[in-house]
Design a protein around this ligand. Structure first.
Ligand SMILES: NC(=O)c1ccc[n+]([C@@H]2O[C@H](COP(=O)([O-])OP(=O)(O)OC[C@H]3O[C@@H](n4cnc5c(N)ncnc54)[C@H](OP(=O)(O)O)[C@@H]3O)[C@@H](O)[C@H]2O)c1
Length: 333
């Protein structure tokens, strides 16, 4: 029997104020689909960009849904579902199109392939903060850049959900993460999360950041830069690379144009997380890495703030745009 759910919708492009909570009908899960009762939502910068019309695809308006990440419990399964059963504790994963399938709702229906089982030790709040952050860091650092034990990696915008996970992913394999932030108040938390050094960029020019990284590595530079920012500082930041290193651009928090760095030879990757979910083998490796880290406690998702109730979604988006958080912003239902 179709049921209903309070769901976050937006009918026009804009700031956090365009987000509305409305009652929608939840269809029965079809073949290969599962229905979840959502317990917590994890926010991503992508969702603020999507709501504001600045993401890589545009929302279908009016009545676009929003959101990639949720943790909850399976309530119903459609025909042919084999990997999941009613009562399973889960979180959402790859292959979600936000306008039609966005997860900011009390109940959602998704393909079984977009849902992963959640280890028993991971509660809903941590579960909502885990999938996109760690799998992005895993795919970029290990599968793409080939980060190895003993390597140094520079993580820019390191207080972000993905940045905090990247610090832990680097530590897990014995690499040495350096973190940047614009905010001095975040230094202690980034050190606590595992950063070996924190560089507070503040007003300093990108070339000064690169010089400091080179100094901290005894003149060598880092083997990998994991960059969320881009913008005019991009080519100077690359001067922090060791010869032959890799730079992974995975976000453009600074939307201004960037120049291609010229301190060759090095490898520049433009990274998109979905690339690592195109085959079952990709999916299996990434899910295994995340599952192992969560199950043995090596990965502890950094949660910046928890808002109580779907009605706080506008406040949660305002906090994200204030850039004062460290780690994931979560809304608990
Ligand atoms: N390619 C992929 O597959 C993929 C996957 C996931 C996320 N992403 C991208 O990764 C980035 C981070 O996402 P998230 O959800 O983890 O972010 P988030 O939690 O919202 O955090 C972003 C942090 O970056 C810093 N920042 C924001 N704007 C900045 C700017 N203009 N210049 C420098 N620093 C800035 C801020 O910290 P400070 O002010 O303290 O520096 C802020 O707290 C986004 O660009 C997102 O689109 C890409």
């Amino acid at each position: 029997m179709p049921t209903t759910a309070r769901t976050v919708l937006f009918h026009e492009i804009g700031g956090p104020e365009v987000l509305r909570v409305e009652e929608t009908t939840v269809p029965d899960p079809g073949p290969g689909q599962v229905q979840l009762r959502v317990e917590a939502l994890g926010l991503n910068r992508a969702e603020a960009l999507f709501r504001a019309g600045g993401y890589y695809y545009q929302p279908s308006l009016p009545a676009s849904r929003l959101g990639y990440e949720a943790a909850g419990v399976v309530e119903a399964v459609g025909e042919g579902v084999s990997e999941l059963a009613v009562g399973d504790r889960v979180f959402t994963g790859p292959g979600i199109e936000m306008s039609a399938q966005g997860v900011y709702a009390e109940r959602i229906v998704l393909p079984e392939t977009s849902v992963l089982r959640r280890p028993d030790s991971v509660d809903a709040v941590a579960g909502a903060a885990a999938w996109l952050t760690y799998t992005t860091a895993y795919g970029a650092l290990l599968e793409t850049a080939g980060l190895r034990p003993g390597d140094h990696v520079l993580v820019t915008g390191a207080s972000s959900g993905v940045g905090t996970a990247a610090i832990q992913v680097a530590r897990r394999i014995g690499a040495i993460p350096f973190a940047t932030t614009r905010t001095e108040a975040k230094r202690a938390r980034l050190l606590e999360l595992g950063a070996a050094e924190v560089i507070v960029t503040g007003e300093s020019a990108p070339e000064a950041v690169a010089k400091e990284v080179v100094r901290l590595t005894g003149g060598q530079g880092v083997e990998v830069i994991f960059d969320a920012i881009g913008g005019p500082g991009f080519h100077q930041l690359a001067q922090a690379l060791a010869a032959g290193g890799s730079m992974v651009a995975y976000g453009w928090l600074d939307p201004r144009p960037a120049e291609i760095p010229r301190n060759w030879p090095f490898t520049l990757h433009a990274y998109a997380n979905m690339r690592h979910f195109t085959t079952p083998a990709d999916h299996r490796r990434s899910a295994a890495f995340l599952g192992a880290g969560l199950a043995d406690g090596g990965f502890r998702p950094a949660v910046g703030e928890v808002f109580e109730g779907l009605d706080r979604v506008q406040d949660a988006h305002r906090l994200m745009e204030s850039n004062t958080h460290t780690g994931k912003i979560v809304v608990r239902l």
